[in-house]
Design a protein around this ligand. Structure first.
Ligand code: UTP
Length: 219
């Protein structure tokens, strides 16, 4: 099967052992399945964006900085994996071409104006993925930010339309931290690709691939 995984930048914030564990899991899965992994920028992107904004950079410029960081993280993961292409594609056509010779292809962001979740969903649409996996910092989609409201509830299942309405309330700024950006939700709606949002741990990626029910299903 063909899977696209959006891997949040938080993965790269720990020690290298964490990156190694992800790399091993992803390598093992790619022995059987075709993988495309889109890597986020995490804290490093947010810090650099914050600095640039204070220096007067436009939001678009901040997005370009975010993209640069995501590509650095993509390179880090590519070094750690045995099955992945070492070249980090700049667009979806290049990613698709690389997948003909590699069981795993890793990329970062592409264009300003959205996050790597949207990049990953667009890639999933482009390559006609069987499933989109969003490995993120929380264990699913909540009615509200659970850090701000302890009464927020987790959705077992949500439609792309409901998700669009939920995330449309959020602010559109470079480096902003929401569960999924609105463009990603809209592309999910039009592509009809099934998606699962779950806490980004190596064993959880394995569980989702094996069909175990965790996180929130978007369908
Ligand atoms: P991320 O995808 O890391 O954003 O991209 P995020 O919401 O912080 O995600 P997590 O926390 O890693 O899961 C970092 C920033 O890079 C720019 C945006 O400014 C984004 O907020 N970016 C990224 C783009 O403009 N285009 C892209 O295709 C990707």
């Amino acid at each position: 099967m063909k899977f696209v995984i959006s891997l949040g930048g938080s993965v790269f914030e720990g020690d290298v052992e964490k990156i190694k564990k992800f790399a091993k899991t992803l390598d093992d899965i790619s022995e059987i399945h075709q993988l495309f992994i889109v890597v986020g920028g995490g804290k490093m992107a947010r810090e650099i964006i914050d600095k640039a904004r204070k220096l007067g950079a436009s939001e678009t410029m901040c997005d370009y900085l975010g993209i640069a960081i995501t590509r650095i993280n993509a390179m880090l993961l590519a070094f750690a994996m045995r099955n992945s292409a070492k070249k980090i594609p700049k667009d979806f056509i290049e990613a698709e071409e690389l997948s003909r010779s590699h069981k795993a292809v890793i990329m970062g962001g592409t264009f300003p104006g959205h996050t790597t979740d949207a990049t990953a969903v667009l890639l999933a649409e482009f390559v006609k993925a069987d499933l989109f996996l969003n490995a993120t910092s929380i264990d699913g989609i909540y009615s509200e930010d659970p850090k701000k409201n302890p009464n927020a509830f987790k959705f077992e299942k949500i439609s792309p339309r409901e998700l669009i309405e939920l995330v449309a309330r959020e602010e559109a700024k470079a480096g902003v931290n929401v569960v999924m950006d609105v463009l990603a939700a809209k592309i999910l709606e039009r592509s009809k690709i099934k998606a699962i949002v779950f806490k980004g741990e190596p064993e959880n990626i394995r569980k989702v691939i094996d069909g175990e029910k965790i996180g929130t299903v978007i369908t």
